[in-house]
Design a protein around this ligand. Structure first.
Ligand code: 13P
Ligand code: SF4
Length: 446
């Protein structure tokens, strides 16, 4: 199966005549990421392009022309050469949603939890190049030594979901909650409410959790973390992803009426004091625009077209989608479930397209396809291209550190507390080294 980038090029070349009737959600996906660096800040083309970007979002300057013009095979060779020169001084991390042309250079490929865990396992690395998005690089900076530089190859690779909760709005929310709940511990020593932030959030929000007895979670440990939180809090304020919060709390048996949504634009989040007093989990009104695209209707189509199909989705999908699926789990859960299935199994997968396509390539003995018939990558993961990777690596070879992500000490200290509470709940890293199946995409010819 062709990689996402080459499929998009193929659709562009074939126009409306594409025999596979594949389509892309945004015609701008046929452009390279640097075409967007000079424009007004945007997440880039793809699933989150319509989400409003904060005015203070980091911007990527112009990528030097050389790196924009190098053919893919030359970029590939130069990345390999720079990597070899840097040796153990360099660690490249890649999230599962990165394009194949980037992932194949990663020393470790994993989900958010695994990539957070692995940062501490390579003390010899002077530079950690994070092929993922901004909050992941911030987390890596918090968990590594000050003399280790964490680099994000394209500063515009943010996360629209993470941007849906900012520190000011969460602090205002907290003040209102203290008015309703007070601050007294109950007879079991539990806080009236405890903050839990999804790792897809700014370092400032992780620090907020650290200051208020709270914790960080990822999609692979949300249940364990919520169990921990309920031992210490009567209620939980969960941000920014309402869907992960709702799906996890529902699986724990918490009724929906006790999980009101908090709309930061409204007084008391749009709730009455009575609703808030009865609540067990308050769900911040955030979501992932990639996972929001999946629907129950798509699942019905998949089941009708492929009797016996296993439908597996990410818990950032809306609750009705998770309920209609056969199973839900983090990116690594999805990878392992597909790996463990017998040959001949058919999977309809509800997560980012780069991972789905790669799994399909790695498992030719199984039928694996995206629930969403439209090709629509995460618009921020898309911003990392081999051109930016080559640019930051060759600078490192010259002794220059570009695009360093630095979390200020006062923020990092408290954020580390919240991350540390989470990491203490999880065992050793289970990261995956890149596999030979991450082959170069086939060249596209007209
Ligand atoms: P995981 O890798 O933890 O499953 O999260 C998916 C995601 O959306 C990363 O941004
Ligand atoms: Fe953010 Fe969703 Fe992209 Fe993950 S897939 S980086 S949550 S926008």
């Amino acid at each position: 199966m062709a990689s996402v980038a080459s499929t998009i090029q193929l659709i562009q070349l074939n126009g409306q005549r594409n025999s596979q009737s594949e389509s892309i959600c945004d015609p701008d996906l046929t452009h390279e990421p640097w075409d967007f660096d000079a424009l007004a800040p945007t997440y880039g083309p793809g699933a989150s392009v319509l989400d409003p970007i904060p005015s203070n979002a980091p911007r990527q300057g112009t990528l030097p022309r050389e790196y924009r013009e190098l053919p893919p095979e030359v970029l590939e060779a130069r990345i390999r050469a720079a990597k070899e020169t840097l040796g153990d001084r360099l660690l490249i991390l890649g999230h599962f949603y990165q394009r194949d042309e980037v992932v194949r250079h990663a020393d470790y490929v994993g989900d958010s939890l695994q990539l957070a865990q692995v940062t501490s396992t390579r003390p010899s690395a002077e530079a950690i190049v994070f092929c993922g998005v901004h909050f992941m690089a911030e987390t890596a900076d918090i968990l590594t030594r000050p003399d280790q530089a964490v680099i994000l190859p394209n500063l515009a690779a943010g996360c629209s979901m993470a941007d849906m909760a900012d520190l000011d709005s969460v602090e205002q929310c907290w003040e209102q909650l203290e008015e309703v709940y007070g601050t007294e511990l109950d007879v079991q020593g539990r806080q009236p409410i405890l903050p839990v932030t999804y790792i897809n959030s700014s370092a400032a929000l992780k620090a907020f959790c650290g200051r208020h007895g709270g914790v960080v979670c990822t999609s692979s440990n949300a249940r364990t973390v919520l169990d921990w939180a309920f031992e210490r809090g009567q209620r939980v304020l969960f941000f920014p992803d309402q869907h992960l919060g709702r799906n996890t709390a529902k699986a724990m048996g918490i009724p929906l009426r006790q999980m009101p949504t908090w709309d930061p634009r409204k007084r008391l989040g749009g709730n009455t004091p009575e609703t808030l007093r009865d609540a067990r989990v308050l769900l911040w009104h955030g979501f992932c625009s990639v996972h929001k695209r999946f629907s129950v209707e798509q699942i019905s189509h998949a089941r009708a077209a492929h009797p016996g199909v296993r439908v597996i989705v990410h818990p950032e999908c809306p609750m009705d989608v998770v309920d209609a699926a056969d199973e839900a789990g983090s990116t690594d859960y999805i990878r392992k479930a597909i790996e463990a299935a017998p040959a001949g199994t058919t999977f309809a997968v509800g997560t980012e397209i780069n991972l789905v396509r790669r799994l399909a390539t790695q498992h030719p003995d199984k039928t694996i396809f995206s629930l969403d018939p439209v090709i629509c990558p995460c618009s921020t993961m898309y911003r990392i291209h081999p051109g930016y990777l080559a640019w930051v690596l060759e600078a490192l070879v010259r002794g220059e550190v570009l695009n360093r992500i630095v979390v200020p000490d006062r923020v990092a200290q408290n954020a580390r507390i919240a991350l540390g509470r989470m990491l203490a709940l999880n065992s050793a890293p289970t990261v995956q080294a890149p596999e030979p199946a991450f082959a170069a995409p086939e060249p596209v010819t007209a």
